[in-house]
Design a protein around this ligand. Structure first.
Ligand SMILES: Nc1ncnc2c1ncn2[C@@H]1O[C@H](COP(=O)(O)OP(=O)(O)OP(=O)(O)O)[C@@H](O)[C@H]1O
Ligand SMILES: [Mg+2]
Length: 317
């Protein structure tokens, strides 16, 4: 059980272009360089491009081969990357409705993911709050929301967290019509609606019985979401995470764990068109601030999983 708990990490965030793929990739690279077996899984089913970032122009195998049952197991679509210990499952282009796989296809994928042999499996999610994206996010015990200091990114990160919580509540309360009715009201409160936060939903659940309140509290407590602020340029920007934390606490009752920041990094940004070259270079000696941040994050992930890790590098803005 612990193995599954430590193994799956999903990187989402609602907004496009905030660096979800970079965070998934660079965290994976750092974990791999620290001696872990890592698989990156491009779960951006509508707009996959993680393979490009690891220097694969035309993937020989993709998730589409697995989803369309061309191959029997997920193992068969794993490909190597320029980084030792780091493998990738390339995403599927949006053909044959891959962005919205059917329920059975999704379940087959999730079941096969469990069988993958790796220390860490990192899911790179697409932008937006589609059910498929949110379901992948909810599936992974370790959930990272990536945002940048921009106000629109903060809003979308909050929207993504909220969508995840309400999708989870809908799953848990499924056939309980009275509860679902109240959950719907709290999710999209109309003007004048009194149930406009999780706190108010909790109060309203009292009319349905104490066990409803317990179940709601459970849902909130088990949804552990972490965040990374990416593209930070100064100390003021570093603090935007507090806005997300306080709004998520006040309206959704969720404690969002701060995993740290990644600085805006010209070296990384300039290397996007040749990430394979960037990854093959001696990153510790390069002047990439972001790489140092990702190394810290990877060390903390290993510590959190009680695995031995190298001493984290101190980074200052
Ligand atoms: N820390 C950083 N410093 C500088 N530039 C960055 C940083 N992180 C990401 N970028 C830039 O932002 C761009 C978008 O990053 P990325 O593709 O990871 O975003 P995304 O959230 O995955 O986007 P999408 O929603 O389209 O999948 C990158 O191509 C890179 O140029
Ligand atoms: Mg991406």
């Amino acid at each position: 059980m612990d193995e599954i708990k430590n193994k799956f990490w999903a990187v989402g965030g609602g907004k496009g272009g905030v660096g979800k793929s970079i965070v998934a990739l660079m965290t994976g690279v750092s974990l791999a360089r620290l001696g872990n077996k890592v698989i990156l899984l491009d779960a951006d089913l509508g707009g996959s491009n993680l393979h490009t970032l690891v220097g694969i122009q035309y993937p020989q195998y993709t998730l589409a081969d697995f989803i369309s049952k061309k191959v029997g197991s997920l193992e068969e679509v794993i490909m190597s990357t320029p980084v030792d210990n780091l493998k990738i499952i390339c995403g599927a282009d949006d053909i044959l409705g891959m962005a919205n796989p059917k329920y059975a296809q999704k379940n087959r994928l999730l079941n096969n993911m469990k069988k993958l042999n790796a220390d860490f499996i990192i899911l790179d999610l697409g932008a937006g709050t589609s059910f498929t994206t949110v379901d992948f996010f909810l599936y992974a015990p370790n959930k990272i929301v990536v945002l940048t200091p921009q106000i629109t990114s903060i809003q979308n990160a909050y929207g993504f967290i909220k969508a995840s919580l309400f999708r989870h509540l809908n799953d848990v309360f499924g056939k309980d019509e009275q509860a679902i009715e109240l959950i719907k009201r709290a999710c999209a409160p109309a003007e004048g609606e009194t149930i406009d936060s999780i706190g108010k939903l909790f109060d309203a659940f009292l009319t349905l019985g104490g066990e409803h309140q317990d179940k709601l509290l459970n849902c909130i407590n088990e949804l552990k979401i972490k965040m990374i602020i990416n593209m930070v340029r100064n100390v003021r920007e570093r603090n935007v995470g507090r806005i997300v934390q306080s709004v998520a606490k006040n309206y959704l009752g969720l404690e969002i764990e701060d995993m740290g920041i990644v600085q805006f990094d010209n070296v990384l940004n300039a290397s996007i068109n040749n990430m394979a070259g960037f990854l093959s270079s001696n990153l510790r000696k390069s002047e990439s601030y972001a790489y140092t941040n990702f190394y810290d994050i990877a060390c903390n992930i290993m510590k959190g999983c009680n695995w031995q890790s190298a001493a984290p590098v101190k980074t200052e803005l």
